[in-house]
Ligand binder design. Structure first.
Ligand code: GAL
Length: 365
């Protein structure tokens, strides 16, 4: 009898295993499980499409959330750094964990990737010339005063990425739109010799394969756009100050019909705020702000989320996904993902609406 029972259990386990457990829809704000049934751990992330596969890179948030003394004045809770995760998917819904592609350092406090530091908003791009995958990431000290960007490189999308260095961008270089540093003053002039601050950031690769780093600079008050070298591993020194004094974070950039679109958040740490959007005919601007693209209930808090990336879907016209984080500042590992379809209306303004559940067919309607 026992044997028959065990056999039946075995058969039913096998049958369940054979049934397709594939998800078909995206449920913003719910726990999103990977194909092994574990919650996806890829916060402040970015997407890369390469040879028929999407790769999702993000911050691993695990362990205890705590408020270090150095961040008490502004409430900056944190978890120690584990590294950058990578997930792969063909359908953008079912994700396979590809492991840690850039790992923190446990025993060398002088290393940028030391666990007590900050590693945020990783973005990976592919360099067609060198055939390398290049990862840019916000690297910081626990108190966020280092404000630098780090770069790592790999031969494969799934890593391992080899860390190169961190930099304070554009030391001793004037932006294209400034004639003398003293005409600007503030953090810009203060950091002129040392290099500009770089915190929240993203990388955008244009149709001509030139790549650009967008980053919150000057104590997060002003954004800067800097051109990357041909191998994407450094900056050329060509850069501009944009959105002066507008205090934007969490930048995301995409291109449509020859125009560049930008989304970001305001500057309120882990708390949500109204999203920002902008458009430009040239990457160097002038950038025209288009306001908060969110409509309906929850719009004023970006549906309790903060932008991280905008993904153009391969093979579909005018199909973009707005990817964002719903941070849980008291339990950062339980922060959720808000992915929503992004529309562009007749006046070429961005429109973002809440959906409890949706699938990619929404773009065919
Ligand atoms: C947010 C920022 C995040 C992280 C956080 C720390 O404003 O977008 O990337 O730095 O602050 O509190």
């Amino acid at each position: 009898m026992k044997t028959v029972l065990s056999l039946m259990v075995l058969i039913s386990v096998m049958l369940t295993g054979c049934q397709s457990k594939k998800d078909t829809s995206i449920k913003p704000g719910e726990v999103w499980l990977d194909v092994d049934g574990n919650p996806i751990n890829a916060h402040g992330g970015g997407l890369l499409y390469h040879q028929g596969m999407y790769y999702w890179y993000g911050e691993i948030k695990e362990g205890e959330t705590y408020l270090p003394d150095c961040n008490k004045s502004w409430g900056g809770t944190r978890v120690d750094v584990t590294g950058v995760s990578c997930y792969s998917s063909k359908d953008l819904v079912n994700w396979k964990n590809e492991g840690i592609v850039l790992t923190s350092v446990k025993d060398d406090p002088s290393h940028d990737l030391y666990k007590d530091n900050v590693l945020e908003r990783p973005k990976v791009v592919y360099n067609a010339k060198t055939k390398k995958f290049v990862l840019w990431v916000h690297v910081d000290s626990m108190d966020y005063q280092k404000a630098s960007c780090g770069v790592a490189v790999s031969d494969n999308p799934t890593g391992p990425f080899v860390y190169q260095q961190s930099i304070r961008p554009n030391a001793n270089i004037l932006p294209l739109n400034v004639e003398h540093q003293d005409s600007i003053g503030g953090a810009f002039a203060r950091d002129f010799e040392k290099g500009q601050m770089a915190r929240d950031m993203t990388v955008f690769v244009d149709d001509d394969n030139k790549a650009y780093l967008f980053y919150s600079s000057e104590e997060n008050k002003t954004h800067q756009i800097a051109e990357l070298s041909d191998d994407y591993l450094s900056l050329t020194g060509k850069y501009k100050r944009v959105f002066e004094g507008r205090s934007m974070e969490a930048p995301a950039v995409f291109k449509r019909n020859g125009k560049y679109y930008f989304m970001a958040s305001g500057c309120t740490a882990w708390e949500p705020n109204p999203a920002r959007s902008a458009v430009a005919e040239s990457i160097w601007g002038p950038w025209k702000e288009l306001g908060n693209p969110c409509v309906g209930e929850g719009a004023e808090k970006t549906f309790i989320s903060q932008s991280t990336y905008i993904l153009p879907i391969q093979g579909k016209k005018d199909a973009y996904i707005f990817m964002a984080d719903r941070w849980n500042k008291d339990d950062l590992p339980d922060s959720r993902y808000i992915w929503l379809p992004l529309r562009i209306d007749e006046e070429e303004k961005l429109v973002l609406q809440w959906h409890d559940e949706w699938d990619l067919a929404i773009f065919d309607k």
